[in-house]
Design a protein around this ligand. Structure first.
Ligand code: AMP
Length: 191
């Protein structure tokens, strides 16, 4: 089968569900570009750019960075691509971001192909984040901030599940198990 020239996958799921790891592997194996807004923002914070200076304090508290900033970041990223073959990890996170992404993809003629949703019980998520915090060096991988991020997810990001479900795009994936097990389920769900 020829590789489709356009491919857009959006990974949804709560913080700590394993989106980044799974999205990374899928991107590598399928020749897609993973776009992680968290990684992009952390890079700005590290470099001390104006965007980083604005985003850093919000990230440290587990709050979201304003929609317009993220939309600008994504617009710039996609504008430089010849063919849109991407996996979004951590974007969109709010309904305004999702609507703006639709507008952008419409302009580019690249509709969303699928929205895998990684499901992991709440009680496991905090433990995973605290464990990750031992090596990630992220100042938001602490128990207190993880709780705040979970709350922000419930209020602002969970509505996206309905938004994409209404179009039949959501693929529910059990995110409990080994990395390989979960990856296998993702491939199955994307068929
Ligand atoms: P993540 O690496 O996806 O867990 O993101 C880490 C932090 O970056 C989040 O807690 C937010 O503060 C910020 N962030 C990442 N992506 C977004 C987004 N799409 N909208 C708003 N804030 C974001």
């Amino acid at each position: 089968m020829p590789t489709p020239s356009h491919q857009v996958i959006i990974f949804l799921g709560p913080p700590g569900a394993g989106k980044g790891t799974q999205a990374e592997r899928l991107a590598t194996e399928q020749g897609l570009l993973k776009i992680s807004t968290g990684d992009i923002l952390r890079d700005h914070v590290d470099r001390g750019t104006p965007l980083g200076v604005q985003a850093g304090p919000l990230m440290k508290l587990g709050k979201l960075v304003p929609d317009q900033i993220l939309i600008g970041v994504i617009r710039d990223r996609l504008a430089s691509m010849d063919s849109i073959r991407v996996i979004f990890d951590g974007f969109p996170r709010t309904l305004p971001q999702a609507r703006e992404l639709d507008v952008l993809l419409e302009e580019l003629g690249s509709p969303i192909n699928a929205v895998p949703l990684l499901e992991v019980p709440d009680e496991q998520l905090i433990a995973r984040i605290v464990e990750r915090g031992k090596t990630s060096g992220r100042n938001d991988d602490t128990q207190a901030v993880a709780r705040e991020r979970q709350q922000v997810y419930r209020e602002q990001t969970q509505p996206l599940i309905d938004y994409y479900s209404a179009r039949g795009q959501v693929r529910h994936v059990n995110g409990v198990g080994s990395m390989d097990e979960v990856y296998g389920r993702i491939l199955e769900a994307l068929k």
